[in-house]
Design a protein around this ligand. Structure first.
Ligand code: SF4
Ligand code: SF4
Length: 338
């Protein structure tokens, strides 16, 4: 892995050259005064630089991998046509690359965790081809961040093509993948002392993951834990936690028509709503709020780790920050461990 040292001007030069070839999305502070002000992903324009708050921005990079909506195919509903009602698959154009600049380590890692579930999903795989991740490691953590408790680190570069880390003099750019290599511009190699300093900071972060603890915890014991009732009493089934979560992957598929044409779309869905599992017969295997709240946490803390190893939570803290009833997954983890 090559590590380059960049000044702010040199990084701006890289962005200017990328902009000639690719769309660049990066966090920006909303400017519409009539709306709440928060940082979210937007297309970079001209010589704008990303505006990175401490911690994560409102939405994760999930939207670039599972677009809202994703057109899966198109069809005609004109019965006079021989191909009426036959769906023609539409895959995203993965040849046209775009850059996600400023993705945090938790979000970059979330895409790799999702990949375990979506390994044979052609739409997700095309999106992985299309999106080049130029991440920025976290020198500070927000009070709601806890990636280091999910087996990760605020200074990690896993899932990134290039990882930028801020220093007193500018940036260290670690070039991680061949795609990153292709994208990187000119820059002087960082000194061994600077590289060692970054490594030392990384090594100093104590990572701890409860995944192994839950792997050993009997399934039935977790399933019957008394805490689900209290959480379910507080939850209002708004789905905010699942929509903001970078690892949540549930979707619904719908057909919509206009005139003589139609399209099949995939849209985000939430296991926290009753309709998600409702059958057309009227039966609902997760008909109670308790069963839905339990499903969300069991999937993240038990089912996924049992299948793949790590927790299915990267500790971004979005659900902690934005749950209207202050349900905090960190407290759920602690309760289950005690
Ligand atoms: S954000 Fe909070 S209230 Fe809304 S569904 Fe999630 S846990 Fe329930
Ligand atoms: S469960 Fe919450 S903290 Fe964990 S990745 Fe999802 S939104 Fe982030």
């Amino acid at each position: 892995m090559k590590t380059l040292k960049l000044s702010n001007d040199e990084l701006q030069g890289w962005l200017a050259s990328w902009q000639q070839k690719h769309a660049i999305y990066a966090p920006q502070l909303g400017t519409d005064a009539s709306k709440p002000q928060f940082h979210d992903w937007a297309l970079l324009d001209g010589d704008e630089m990303p505006q990175l708050p401490t911690g994560v921005v409102k939405n994760s990079i999930k939207r670039f991998y599972l677009p809202q909506p994703q057109t899966m195919g198109t069809f005609s509903i004109d019965k006079r046509q021989a191909d009426a009602f036959i769906i023609k698959e539409t895959l995203p154009d993965s040849a046209k690359k775009q850059i996600l600049l400023g993705a945090r380590p938790c979000d970059a890692r979330a895409i790799l965790l999702k990949n375990q579930i979506l390994a044979s999903d052609p739409y997700f795989q095309a999106a992985r081809e299309k999106n080049i991740v130029v991440g920025v490691t976290c020198s500070d953590q927000a009070p709601t961040c806890f990636c280091h408790k999910t087996g990760a680190s605020p200074l990690a570069f896993i899932g990134m093509d290039i990882a930028l880390s801020q220093t007193d003099e500018g940036w260290l750019a670690e070039i991680i993948t061949p795609r990153g290599e292709e994208l990187a511009g000119n820059g002087a190699e960082a000194s061994e002392a600077k590289i060692a300093e970054l490594k030392e900071k990384r090594d100093a972060i104590k990572q701890c993951s409860p995944a192994h603890g839950f792997k050993e915890q009997p399934m039935q014991e977790m399933y019957d834990a008394p805490l689900w009732q209290g959480l379910s009493d507080r939850c209002i089934s708004c789905g905010t936690c699942t929509f903001l979560c970078p690892t949540c992957t549930c979707f619904d598929i719908q057909d919509e028509t206009s005139g003589n044409t139609g399209r099949r779309i995939r849209i985000w869905d939430s296991c926290m709503t009753a309709l998600f599992t409702a059958h057309t017969s009227g039966h609902n295997p997760r008909g109670t709020k308790l069963s839905r709240v339990r499903q969300r946490f069991m999937h993240k803390l038990k089912y996924y780790p049992d299948d793949y190893g790590p927790l299915y939570c990267v500790g971004c803290g979005r659900c902690v920050r934005d749950c209207p009833t202050n349900i905090d997954i960190r407290e759920v983890i602690e309760d289950l461990q005690s």
